[in-house]
Design a protein around this ligand. Structure first.
Ligand code: HEC
Length: 191
């Protein structure tokens, strides 16, 4: 009969071999998974590099150049609620700089507390987009900045003439000097 001691040694030997085997498989699996993750990361990075470029220095275009006076006027208009039908809504209400150009609401609320059908997206870097609005129904940020003034949910002005009449004469004069009488609303988009 095998001695108890021999049996114990044998059992310990078998157990240790098993542990070593399991450890070896584990190590192989970990290495394999790490290699696969590295491949996926590299593919993702290559994909991103082919789709995205570094941001440009600024977003000026020949049609909409960036000059100190246009920036100053744009900033004033962006924060001026007088341009809305009830005098409470500026661009900054729904595109708050402190909230990364959004308002944090499920859906934006305009003049007379009117509920917008959609959420206000960020406007940070929006000038680089080839279309604006969730549905892409605006050509660019200039187009949006102009049309929103007479839209039904935000500023709710009946027409451009009454929108222009609401802003103070100082701004009107400056805006005419910078952009000409008919394009003044556009300059607010690049602020
Ligand atoms: C009452 C809220 C509200 C106000 C005020 C407002 N916006 Fe918006 N803005 C929105 C909402 C909501 C959308 C998305 C609308 C959609 O896609 O149908 C939007 C979309 C935009 C976009 C398109 C962004 C993108 O990624 O497509 C720009 C640019 C923009 N607004 C600029 C302005 C400017 C400039 C003003 C001021 C002249 C302004 N907005 C005033 C709510 C507002």
């Amino acid at each position: 009969m095998m001695k108890l001691q021999t049996l114990a040694t044998l059992a310990a030997g078998i157990a240790l071999t098993g542990v070593a085997f399991v450890l070896a498989i584990g190590a192989f699996d970990t290495n394999h998974a790490a290699a696969r993750t590295a491949d996926v990361d590299a593919d993702l990075l290559n994909d991103a590099r082919s789709n995205f470029q570094p941001l440009p220095q600024d977003m000026a275009t020949p049609e909409f150049p960036i000059t100190p006076s246009r920036v100053e006027l744009g900033r004033k208009l962006f924060f001026d609620p007088r341009i809305s039908v009830d005098g409470t809504v500026s661009c900054a209400r729904c595109h708050q700089p402190a909230l990364y150009g959004r308002d944090g609401l499920p859906k934006a609320r305009g003049a007379h507390d009117t509920l917008n059908p959609r959420k206000a997206p960020t406007i940070l870097n929006a000038a680089l987009q080839f279309k604006a609005h969730w549905r892409g129904d605006r050509e660019n940020v200039e187009d949006e900045a102009k049309q929103v003034l007479i839209g039904l949910f935000s500023f709710i002005n009946p027409d451009y003439a009454s929108a222009m009449a609401r802003i103070n004469p100082g701004i009107r004069t400056r805006s005419r000097r910078i952009t000409g009488p008919r394009r003044s609303a556009r300059s607010s988009a690049r602020s």
